[in-house]
Design a protein around this ligand. Sequence first.
Ligand SMILES: [Fe+2]
Length: 301
Amino acid sequence: MLPKAIRRLTRASRKNEIAWRYGYNLGPTLSHHLHRARLAGEASRVLADLNRDGIAVTSVDALLGGSSLFPDLLGAVGSIQRERADDIARARANAVDDSAIGQKTFLMEYLGRNPVLEPDSIFARFALQAPLLDVANAYLGMYTRMRYYNVWHTFASTGKARESQLWHRDREDLFIMKVFVYLSDVTPGAGPFTYAPRTHRRGVVRRDPEFFLEGKVKRTDDDQMSAVVPRERWITGTGVKGTIIFADTNGYHKGGLARETDRLMYTCMYTSQASESEEFFVRPETIAVRGGDPRAFALSR
Ligand SMILES: [Fe+2]
């Protein structure tokens, strides 16, 4: 095991963008530079919004068109709901237990807390569709790693905002591409994903808001956030079924405070290939996406 000081130095150097890109991720950066797909149409608008704001809103129809796997995804989620109706009812009954901080009882993950990635499943194949990969790779400027997917069912509840319902930055990597695909209509009462634009690393907002600690995790409430990015600039991702939100969740965001109706969505995440985080580092399998070709991904350990 490396001495503590060296481990600390290594961790700090990952937060330097030049070391992150041209040290830890040199190979994926160079190969993307040589072979990258040119984005056009909706994908290029999405990329421009992401670069400027850290968030972009589009839809299955606009980005993926007729060849989308969306109907298959809906079908698979519908089967889970039929097969696990009793589990879902039980989870809903527990949703308001706010004594259980850290357990996100307001949220049911249909594929489990730590899903094992199955390359042939619709949940992996959806994330590996070329338009999604092209945007993720172009945003990070390298071939990324698709490292997570799940289906989240957020229950309507009246509990106080907590955990990821409060403003925070995700820590998995310097640049993170998360994709949220709404499988139900998400109204203001269904806990829409909400983002403070331009708080990502490429954004112009450099000041961090005040925070408080929830356990050991930094959280920021609405008043604290509005002192840095005024409320009228927040981007609230309401949308009909089929809405797709791309967000660099290293920028400030919150979501899932569903008050009136449940929210159902599919989510997946792409990071740099060299990224590590405590949450995901222990994951036994990750899928490395090479060359943006869905057939070319390989399981790596
Ligand atoms: Fe988050």
